[in-house]
Design a protein around this ligand. Sequence first.
Ligand code: ADP
Ligand code: MG
Length: 256
Amino acid sequence: MSLAEPSLRGDVVIRNLSKSFLLNDRRLSVLSGLDLAIRPGECLVIVGASGSGKTTLLRILAGLETADFGDVRIDGRPISGVGAERAVIFQEPRLLPWLTVLGNVMFGLEVRGRAKADAGRQARHYIDLVGLGDFADAYPSQLSGGMAQRVGIARALTVRPEILLLDEPLGALDAMTRIAMQQELARIWRDEAVTMILVTHDLEEAVYLADRVLVLPRQKGAAPKLIDIDLPRPRDRSEVQFVRLRETLLSEFGLH
Ligand SMILES: Nc1ncnc2c1ncn2[C@@H]1O[C@H](COP(=O)(O)OP(=O)(O)O)[C@@H](O)[C@H]1O
Ligand SMILES: [Mg+2]
């Protein structure tokens, strides 16, 4: 007899994952033999040189791409295609221009058959959460880049995913907006208790947000590295340990 296990939601286990692409006549190995376990509620940030396979890994987790070998399980179940427990946020939010902010955020719930009034209530909650309460009736063309990306985040959260997959979500924003949005993401992650897997090329962003950083190697065949970011939250970018960890990451890229 055993006590009931607490249900762990948003648990990701990757075993011996390999992926290659056929490029003309050449086979290009992108990921090889990757092992990784992501804890429920963890924030894992993926960094790596351009072309190191960050987007490919995220797309496999999203179910948009299949692996050549290996096993990816979410809450113990193998991935097959996209799933309601995962939401993806890309660099461009790709909002529907003919719908308002509210309409865009409700859309995913309505597609899932949720009643309009109920979908509207839930959408408004997440529009408020990302600080756009006054803009629910605005159209995408009336929003700044940062606001549009907030709508994208609200839209993803509204379907209550266990896992949020983000591919350079703040990459198109100016530096000031990006810092404000990093703070928002940290707060949302804490409040929603969602597992967050985020790709970025911004090492400061990685140290600001991550529990652990996965560094994908530049040379194929080299092993990826996992770096613990064991800093209290909310994090202070000027604090000695913060700066030191950012330098540790920089040195992974041969930079100082
Ligand atoms: N559908 C595809 N067909 C062929 N090659 C691809 C495809 N997707 C990605 N690649 C190649 O795989 C490598 C990794 O791509 P990607 O995962 O997008 O890298 P990153 O996001 O780290 O910049 C790149 O060399 C890219 O050209
Ligand atoms: Mg990419």
